[in-house]
Design a binder for this molecule. Sequence first.
Ligand code: SF4
Length: 502
Amino acid sequence: MGEWSYGRLRIQMNKAFDIGVESLSRNGGAETAGLDSRFSRPSGETIPSDKFDATDTAAAKSFGDTGNGGTFFLETFGCQMNDHDSEKVAGLLLSRGYRQVETPEAARMILYNTCSIREKAAQKVFSRLGEYRERGTDKIIGVLGCVAQQEGHDIFKRAPWVSLVCGSASYRKLPEMLAELEAGNKRVTGLDNDTDETFETEITRRDNPWRAYLTIIEGCDKACAYCVVPHTRGPERSRGSESILREVRQLAELGYSEVQLLGQTVNSYVDPTAPRMKFSDLLLEVAQVAGIRRVRFTTSHPRDFGADIVEAIDREPKLCDHIHLPVQSGSTKVLRAMARTYTREEYLEKIALIRGAKRPISITTDIIVGFPGETDEDFAETLSMLDEAQYDGVFGFKYSPRPNTPSLALNDPIPEDIKGQRLVMIQEKQRVIQTARNLAMLGQELDVFVSNKSRRQNQWSGHMTSNRVISFSSQEQELLGSYVRVKATDSGTGSLTGVHVG
Ligand code: SF4
């Protein structure tokens, strides 16, 4: 689901926001945009440091000759923010004369852009690094992203063959860090997250030829009790509206027809420049750019979600009819413990705003089960939230304590089997809701952006403006990248199928 089959270098795109019940079972993190976790291969191993010493390994010898013309392999874990950061990192490397290759074996420099929102996600990175423990390496290995920020210099202790550790808030300093590596420096770090700067580059190597991601706000000031993002990505920093619009215009000229504005809390955007544009005004301005046909945004924080956003969607058809609004729990008591800054009732008021729009807007959410102190009664309130909100997709996660988060002090008192049972109950209820919602779409003609061609003859798939995926049949020879009308003819729990009608 959601994996682009063209031109990707082991980077998955768009996975968190494809609506499908199968995604409910992923044991991920908190808010999907930043916290989607895709990993299932735990290792937990600590890598012994006795075999490696950056001062005398072959890796150390190669530091000085990896400059212009070197090759890099970049693997990305986690969310769309990370995907897009990787696009920018790749662009920056390409602009310095590096060449991107498809396998670690072919590369002089191997970079892992990491996610630490779930324990398993962080373990995955050390598992990757552990692959070099026995056989050694003459390559430069770098750890970027949230695990880099989380673990800092400890990464050098666990995996001494690593030579670059850089958190996302320090990406703007990557050119200097690369210069240090090229000059032969063996241990380079960028771990500063006390910044008001955003990461902008002249060149971004985009992996999707039609949907372009743009980060408009980085970091987070919300301090939810379970979340590592404020620690790993630093404080909220918004990008100037004119800079955003300039990039959107460039993207349109390059042929991109769809843009997705990204932020951990995208609707908390505060224009730092003179127009002082509100988020909803920015959405409308982006939609005005010639050539842009669809504008998406994610992830919205319920506290900052206002009627002006719904009014903007009502006014401007190019603004997609999908809002991802993480609720996390249906219990006000648990929401307070999570420091989510809204009550169940306040959240439901936001849902009512969206449901009151002039056109149907798809709503998806994230839910954490098993947060410390969550009783059966609290969980029952979360289940009833599904009934009331009638979500089009739910990303359910089991709570796991993370370092540097306030909830770490609460320990992890809910047993794993209870968490598992609760997750299954969420999945089952949502499956029923989603089946009914899909059934209601049968017979409708839908606008679909064609993004995939099936191996099966005459079969295609694409996204509706609601971000649902629909598979459909067509006799056309080439549809990739086009907008078509599809009539929905059949539905399952997490899928719709149809036929091309024009
Ligand atoms: S701290 Fe920020 S990024 Fe983390 S869950 Fe809360 S709002 Fe989302």
